[in-house]
Design a protein around this ligand. Sequence first.
Ligand SMILES: [Zn+2]
Length: 295
Amino acid sequence: MSNLSRTQVPGVYHRRLGDVLVTGLSDGYVDMGYTIFRNIPEDETKAILARDHRTSPPRISVNAFALRVGGRTYLVDCGSADLMGPTCGRLPANLASAGIDPDSVDGVLLTHVHPDHSNGLTDVATGQRLFRNAEVIVHENEINHWFNDEAMAKAAERPRRRYFEAGRTQIKPYMAADRVRTFKKGEVLPGVSAIPIPGHTPGHTAYVVSSGGSSMVIWGDTVHVPEIQVARPEVTMEFDTDPDAAAAARQMIFDMVVTDDMLVGGMHLHFPGFGHMRREAGKYGLVAEQWAFEV
Ligand SMILES: [Zn+2]
């Protein structure tokens, strides 16, 4: 084994949606402990993961997506840089593998401001924007919350550092360059609509991409551990700012996906992060989209 390559080929997966080339990009994964879950006993979590042949403790994929249409390039989220440990921070290498020059990115749509989604915006050592020609497109409640000094003062030390301070460090250079655009809901780009799903964070947003009669939803952190939260949508996370609202939003998005038969792109679905949902006897199921040789 020792002289055989054991490194995977790059984490890049293209998928056509009408006129849009949607590309799943891996930032890596992170192994979390069992204390992240709320509303479920630990032995049940372990039983579900064992049933599905998953690693213990749960492994969470971290993905971003690129949307390329009409000569324009957008990212939905931008990875974690060096904040999530050695198994993350792979987005820049995978962007290069996909042939996406950071200078060619016209916009970064954020599902929310959390280190695994927004920490790839700015080089913390220099304060330089890593996407020099991009605007950051984000829900106004997200900016209002993470830039609220009162909320920051109330936060415990770790979330204050990792969410409030890191979020501000990432976004401020874009503000200084007048390159942050906020929204409430609705169309944010031609063919891309924002659906607020507050709960996980106050401005957590899903984006619906529509082209040529097809549509998909890029649902951000609707689920963190799909095996658990698809089977048990009421299970919430330690880092949800409003767990009850997060559970309600998850239910709403699941209903929309099944009713409208939409393709799903998930930041924490296992790479490459595309799937479909079904509902049988009141229970949801998620199936990974089958692999295609070319698009
Ligand atoms: Zn996340």
